[in-house]
Design a protein around this ligand. Sequence first.
Ligand SMILES: NC(=O)c1ccc[n+]([C@@H]2O[C@H](COP(=O)([O-])OP(=O)(O)OC[C@H]3O[C@@H](n4cnc5c(N)ncnc54)[C@H](O)[C@@H]3O)[C@@H](O)[C@H]2O)c1
Length: 273
Amino acid sequence: MARLGGKKALITGAGAGLGAQIARRFKQEGAELVINDISDDAARKLARELGGIGIAADVSDSNAVREMFARVESELGQLDILVNNAGFAFKPGDQETINRVNEVPLKQLAELEAGGPVQTHLDLTVDMTDQDWHRMIAVHLDGTFFCSREALKIMNPQLSGCIINMGSIMGTTGGMGSNYCAAKAGILGFTRSLAREVVSRGIRVNALAPGFIDTELTEPLVAARTLIEAQTPMRRFGDRDDIAWAAVYLASDEAKFMTGQVLSPNGGYVMSQ
Ligand SMILES: NC(=O)c1ccc[n+]([C@@H]2O[C@H](COP(=O)([O-])OP(=O)(O)OC[C@H]3O[C@@H](n4cnc5c(N)ncnc54)[C@H](O)[C@@H]3O)[C@@H](O)[C@H]2O)c1
C-alpha cells in the first residue's frame, strides 16, 4: 500500500526514536522525506538509509528553521506533511532530576504503606533554573510554532497540507517536570487554534499524545518503570510503531475528517472522550 504516495514530508527530530520510526513508516507508505535533527550525523545517516534530504537544524532557532524550509521549498517545491516531533524530557547529565523522578514516587508509596505521612517530596519546580524552563519551552513550543509558521508559507498557497504536533499524555495528566508538561499542554492548545485557523485552506492540524514509549527519552525511567507499567492497563510501555502508525493514519487521506484532534496511543494510561 502507498497511503502517502506522492506526498512530501518533513519530520523534525527524526534522527532517533519516534521521529525515525515515523520516517521509516512514511517511507514505506510512499512519502518523500526530509529528515531534520539537531544532530547533523543523525539526520544525514537516516536520510542516507531511507533516501531523502537530511537537514541539521535546532528547531528552537527561528533563523535555522527559516533556512531549512527555504531549502525544502527550493529543492522539493512542495510540502504536504510536517511532523513537529523534536523534543527531550531530561537535560543531558541531569542525574539529580532523573533520580528524583525514579525514586520519590516509590519512597512516597513506602511511606504510605508504613502508615504515612508522606515526607519525601519531588520539589522539581522549586529547584528549576530559568534556563531549564526556557530551553524546554523553546525546543517544544517555540520549535513547533517556528516550523509550523514556515510550513504554512508553503502549504497556504497549495490549499492543502497536514501538520502533526507531538504532544504527550503529560500535557493532560501532569507528571515528570512542570516545564515539560507546560510545553506539551501548550502544544495541544496551539494545535486546536491552528486547526481552526487554517481549515479554510484545506490544511489539517492534529496532535499525537503518546503514553510511555520505549525510546532513549524514557531509558532513564528505570526504578519508575514498574510503577508506570502497573498504572497502565496494558501493563507495558509502547513501542515506536504504536506511534508511527498513528502518525501514518493522521498524515493519510484516511484521516480527511480529522482536524484539531489529539490521538493518544497510551495503553489505557489515560482514557478520554
Ligand atoms: N518516548 C516517549 O515516551 C514519549 C512520550 C510522549 C511524547 N514524546 C515526545 O515524542 C518526541 C520524540 O521523543 P523520543 O522519545 O523519540 O525522543 P528521542 O530522544 O529518542 O529522540 C528525540 C530526537 O529529537 C532530536 N532533537 C532534540 N532537540 C532537538 C532540537 N532542538 N532540534 C531538532 N532536533 C532535536 C534529538 O537529537 C533526537 O534525535 C518528543 O517531542 C517527546 O517529548 C515521547
